[in-house]
Design a protein around this ligand. Structure first.
Ligand code: MRU
Length: 348
């Protein structure tokens, strides 16, 4: 499923507008930094690896915007900062901008034209590598899934949340490709409904059996023995293995622990931030109350009542059975495993 591509003739980034799925497939055109920041903040595109890929292409558009200015270096720096800080929780956003800056340092381009070319090649490379990484991760993760398993997932960690194929859903796809019969329970994921709108959409298109459940049904479904494994993605993994992921993930992990259901996190190394010591140090995005207060434009609670709309929560590493990466499966103690794998892996 292609949902991000760069249109070279028009010089713009095309994003499948995820706010409108599953019933409308419309493309959102980004011609400059403002469009990129808007698309990230309004969640036209979302999911940690997908926003990383978007940020990489965003650097190309930013450079194009400042190319004619005398002070292009200072203007570019500000635009890259805007992109890197568009959302605070996912590690991949700042990571992607850092990768682009590193590429600039390595390539020493002589003009903005050269820099645009260098960055466009790098952004394309990051995009295709992300798909390859997900497939490799899927192969490792599929070993944890048995024929006949029902896998619960939270939010959308599929093709739409990445360059393609998916992290958590990549594990499911790879298990299905190995000939295993796998059913998925997609938690609805209030308030943006990534589970019911996006995960269900993707899996149905692939012919993988999927059932949507309200978020508050999770513990009951486990108590009834209807869930064999949980596989989720991540927005940031701290050096000690604590995981930030979509709000509600922590509750799913607690329920899984209480019912003896293995709880797996699938994420690429670009989501691991060894500079962040533990979950306590991960900034949690606090989004507009309107996402909770309104459904399809209709106010659903008394007008003056406040709401919480934290977009992510922290699952402590103690609740995680294993972390699936493109370099294999990490086990406890996670601080050691993470150190080892990050030291071994070549840079992007
Ligand atoms: O707010 P979102 O939709 O960007 O949150 C996305 C998630 O929480 C995903 O689970 C995570 O980014 C992993 S995507 C492979």
């Amino acid at each position: 499923m292609e949902h991000i591509y760069f249109n070279k003739e028009k010089g713009c980034l095309m994003l499948l507008d995820q706010r409108l799925l599953p019933h409308k497939e419309e493309w959102f055109e980004c011609v400059g930094t403002q469009d990129i920041v808007y698309a990230l903040q309004q969640m036209v595109v979302r999911g940690a690896p997908a926003i990383g890929v978007t940020a990489a292409f965003g650097c190309v558009l930013a450079c194009n915007e400042v190319a004619a200015r005398n002070d292009w270096k200072a203007s570019l720096e500000k635009k890259l900062r805007d992109i890197a800080h568009a959302r605070p929780t996912a590690a991949n956003l700042a990571w992607a901008v850092e990768v682009m800056l590193h590429e600039q340092l390595k390539g020493q381009p002589e003009s903005t034209d050269d820099l645009i070319k260098l960055w466009l090649d790098k952004a394309m490379d990051l995009h295709s590598k992300d798909i390859a990484i997900n497939k490799r991760m899927g192969g490792y993760g599929a070993e944890l899934i048995n024929d006949g398993d029902t896998v619960m997932t939270h939010c959308n960690a599929g093709a739409l949340a990445t360059g393609g194929y998916g992290t958590a859903l990549g594990v499911v796809r790879a298990a299905v490709d190995q000939g295993k019969k796998v059913k998925v329970i997609a938690n609805e994921t209030r308030p943006f409904l990534q589970g019911s709108r996006l995960t269900a959409y993707e899996l149905e298109q692939d012919g993988i059996e999927v059932t949507v459940a309200c978020d508050n049904a999770c513990a009951h479904l486990m108590q009834q023995g209807l869930v064999d494994k949980v596989v989720v993605g991540a927005d940031r993994i701290a050096a000690n293995g604590d995981v930030a992921n979509k709000i509600g993930t922590y509750g799913v992990a607690l329920a899984a622990s209480a019912h003896g259901v293995p709880f797996y996190v699938a994420a690429p190394l670009s989501t691991i931030d060894i500079r962040t010591k533990s979950g306590k140090d991960i900034p949690i995005e606090d989004r507009t109350p309107d996402e909770v207060k309104f459904i399809n434009g209709k106010l659903i609670l008394p007008e003056n009542v406040g709401v919480y709309n934290f977009a992510f929560d922290i699952t402590p590493s103690t609740l995680i059975s294993a972390i699936i990466t493109e370099y294999g499966i990490l086990h406890k103690p996670y601080d050691e495993a993470i150190n080892r794998v990050c030291a071994q892996a070549p840079g992007a």
